[in-house]
Design a protein around this ligand. Structure first.
Ligand SMILES: NC(=O)N[C@@H](CC(=O)O)C(=O)O
Ligand SMILES: [Zn+2]
Ligand SMILES: [Zn+2]
Length: 433
């Protein structure tokens, strides 16, 4: 099966060229290539990038298939331009054993829209007290390469230290949900003037930053790497800079929502804006954008967190935190980073594909667009002008805070190992949903 992408801008760079994909690989790049019997995709000057890699997504299978499944989450990922996603371990049951992590990998391959890499739990049941069998999960079919208790912080410093020590000998990555729980008891919104005025209990920046600082030091002493999930404050950006300066192996991601939204959204008390970590202040948003532009923050990760309507359309304090992200991520990165001149398209490739693939050690993702490379690719129309409608997204849930917003950039085609997985809003899975 072959595909000819006609008239595309590789990394957004002129001149437009053709890219022929055959047998899962990029076979040739040049003007006016002969399509032969290939499926032709008219590029019309659209931008060709390496397929996106999401280090942080919640697919809710097993346990909450009423809100998302591996099939529906994979469809959302393919439509969003992703060729690999990492499915977090806070499922029910928790992905703290090889039975679950292998199931997630196998089911993802069966659906065939995106490589679904299982994230293993660091501690049994996300309980924070006993290390899970990381080595067994790493040795399984699903080859777990990233471990996280995301949703919960590994707050016990001794457990975190042991996990980091263990991770460096296994060659896997520990990803931390940085939230000192003693500082966020009952907290539901960013601690600042807005939460004070609205009477919402505050989640201080220090709850995140104190764990980032602590874990940087623990990683240093363990000779390990640590990855910070959903960085949300200006102080975290400063700490990352400091730690890198010390030679500490620390990486971090930022979510599209923390790049676009701030806590002024809370005025309506609409729990669609409730997320963990909370939407911060405009000055944090600015620092995160600058940190992503200069490489202090390595990459964008969605923290795609589907929730049922009854868990979002309720009193703010009762609502579950989290928002959808896979289908809107690229559009938001373009609006917040490319349009203001903070990143060019090569930069988008870096933060959406290359860095995440490197951080987690995926050798077939985030690769250069060159002849002989695996064809994990995405085609982006920078001038699509489309409006987000939650009910029309591929996710089962529709908890998007971007409802009714209009964006310019849209993913039009995604290819996984040379096979089209999404084209013009339609997915092509190996099996039905
Ligand atoms: N981000 C969220 O607000 N929620 C996530 C958990 C998490 O990422 O911490 C979820 O699983 O719903
Ligand atoms: Zn988290
Ligand atoms: Zn998460």
């Amino acid at each position: 099966m072959s595909v000819l992408l006609k008239g595309v801008l590789v990394y957004g760079e002129e001149p437009a060229t053709d890219v022929l994909i055959d047998d899962g690989q990029i076979a040739s790049i040049g003007p006016d290539l002969d399509p032969g019997d290939a499926e032709v995709v008219e590029g019309h000057g659209q931008i060709l990038l390496p397929g996106f890699v999401d280090l942080h997504t919640h697919l809710r299978e097993p346990g909450r298939e009423d809100t998302e499944t591996i099939a529906t989450g994979s469809a959302a990922a393919a439509l969003g331009g992703y060729t690999a996603v990492f499915a977090m371990a806070n499922t029910s049951p928790v992905a703290d054993s090889v039975v679950i992590t292998d199931h997630v990998w196998r089911r993802g391959q069966e659906v065939g829209l995106v490589d679904v890499h299982p994230v293993g739990a660091i501690t049994v049941g996300l309980g924070g007290t006993q290390l899970a069998e990381m080595a067994t999960m790493a040795a399984g079919v699903g080859k777990v390469r990233m471990f996280s208790d995301d949703g919960k912080c590994v707050d016990d410093p001794l457990i975190m230290r042991r996990a980091l020590e263990y991770s460096s000998s296994l060659g896997v990555l520990i990803a931390q949900h940085a939230e000192e729980p003693r500082l966020t008891v009952n907290a539901i919104a960013h601690e600042g003037p807005t939460a004070a005025r609205l009477g919402l209990a505050g989640w201080p920046r220090a709850a995140e930053e104190s764990i980032v600082a602590r874990d940087a030091l623990l990683a240093r002493d363990a000779g390990a790497s640590v990855h910070i999930c959903h960085a949300s404050t200006a102080g975290t950006v400063e700490l990352l800079k400091w730690a890198r300066g010390q030679g500490i192996s620390i990486t971090a991601e930022v979510t599209p929502h923390h790049l676009l939204l701030d806590d002024s959204r809370l005025e309506t008390y609409d729990a669609i804006n409730k997320v963990n970590p909370p939407l911060r202040e405009a000055s944090d948003v600015d620092a995160l954008r600058r940190g992503l532009a200069d490489g202090t923050v390595d990459c964008v990760a969605t923290d795609h967190a589907p929730h049922a309507e009854q868990d979002k359309c309720c009193e703010f304090a009762q609502a579950k935190p989290g928002m959808l992200g896979l289908e809107t991520a690229l559009a938001i990165v373009v609006q917040t980073m490319v349009e203001p001149g903070l990143l060019d398209w090569r930069g988008v490739a870096r933060v959406m594909s290359e860095r995440p693939a490197q951080i987690v050690g995926l050798s077939d993702q985030g690769r250069p667009i060159e002849v002989g490379e695996t064809a994990n690719l995405v085609l982006v129309d920078p001038c699509a002008s489309w409006t987000v409608v939650g009910k029309k997204l591929a996710s089962i849930s529709d908890n998007t805070p971007f409802e009714s917003m209009t964006f310019s950039a849209k993913v039009t085609t995604t290819l996984l190992r040379g096979r089209i997985t999404a084209r013009d809003g339609v997915t092509r899975s190996k099996v039905g949903d």
